[in-house]
Design a protein around this ligand. Structure first.
Ligand code: FE
Length: 339
């Protein structure tokens, strides 16, 4: 029979053994599925010794999962695209504020949550793609002007249940108020060349095919077509160009991909460390630039395809407003007949 004192020593020894072999890790719940992100996780592990465990899924699915896992959730970090979705995660109570001066210094204030529950990690501009023969650049101004009679039957855009469009309208509400934005939306919808269908790439293809003359899309979809080795994509890309609304015309709508630390993160310190890593130049090159997104930090060299789009002037609306105004935006688009 083991003496009680010996048992205590035995238990102590095994506890030491467990803590020595236990691996530092961080559990990422990610709605981003890019090969370059994998390379980034490897680099982080190499530099810090922290293993990255990746759980992929749709954004709403991951938020629901963290929520239902509750206190026992292994989630450390939620990574997704669009401030509207990050706001939903915050509203669902699955995030907690991060504590990092480094993040606050690296990421401009208008590109992170007002309460510090999530932070932008790359920038994406919702621009206006136009047919270079049927549209002259001086016809183009801002989103607001796409409601003018001049654009009747010439506009392609995806449906109102898409979060990118909801965030765009939420941003317009922030600047112009509900009543004026509703009037704008009603006229804008009247200018649609067809009932909304497909994704952003489909809108660009429709411009090239002559269905419409302009399309409102996220910039990286055009960048992707321009870089594609597929001949058909090349032909589409060759017929169109990107317009970013200037400050004078209301500015460009800038959204983010971003992340927040899970409310019950078991490895909170590692999650913070991972977020801080993501805003280093090395990580930004893989996380943002390799996917043709604009880096969240300043002073970085851009690939030729983004240089070609030229600089953009942001509409300066805080991304938190995309979430706050999201329910109103959805109702407004419905009233305006935006399907
Ligand atoms: Fe996208």
């Amino acid at each position: 029979m083991i003496h009680l004192k010996n048992l205590a020593i035995l238990l102590l020894m095994s506890a030491v053994a467990i803590s020595c072999t236990s691996q530092e890790e961080v559990n990422l719940y990610s709605a981003r599925h890019y090969d370059t992100d994998l390379e980034l996780y490897d680099n982080f592990t190499e530099e810090t010794g922290i293993t990255v465990n990746l759980i992929e899924g749709g954004s709403d699915e991951l938020i629901e999962r963290i929520d239902s896992e509750g206190l026992n959730s292994p989630a450390d970090l939620l990574i997704t695209v669009d401030a509207g979705r990050l706001w939903r995660a915050k509203e669902a109570g699955v995030l907690q504020p991060y504590d990092s001066e480094q993040l606050n210094e690296a990421v401009p204030q208008e590109l992170r949550d007002r309460d510090g529950e999530w932070v932008g990690l790359s920038r994406r501009v919702r621009g206006i793609v136009y047919h270079t023969e049927r549209v002259s650049p001086d016809e183009l101004a801002g989103y607001w002007d796409l409601a003018d009679d001049n654009w009747e039957g010439r506009v392609c855009i995806r449906s109102s249940n898409n979060i990118y469009n909801q965030s765009l309208v939420a941003s317009l509400i922030e600047t112009h108020g509900v009543a004026d934005t509703e009037e704008w939306a009603t006229n804008f919808v009247e200018n649609f060349a067809r009932d909304p269908q497909g994704g952003d790439t489909d809108q660009i293809r429709a411009v090239a095919a002559g269905v419409c003359d302009v399309a409102v899309v996220n910039h990286y979809y055009l960048a992707r077509l321009m870089e594609s080795e597929d001949q058909e994509d090349q032909e589409v890309a060759n017929q169109v160009a990107m317009h970013f609304p200037s400050e004078e015309n209301g500015g460009s709508h800038v959204n983010i991909s971003g992340a927040g630390i899970a409310a019950n993160a078991p490895n909170e310190a590692n999650a913070t460390r991972f977020l801080e890593y993501l805003v280093t130049e090395e990580a930004q090159r893989l996380y943002a630039v390799a996917n043709n997104e604009f880096p969240i930090i300043g002073g970085m060299e851009l690939p030729p395809v983004l240089e070609q789009f030229g600089t953009f002037e942001s509409d300066a609306v805080n991304v938190t407003a995309y979430g706050e105004n999201n329910p109103e935006a959805i109702r407004l688009m419905d009233r305006a007949g935006w399907r």
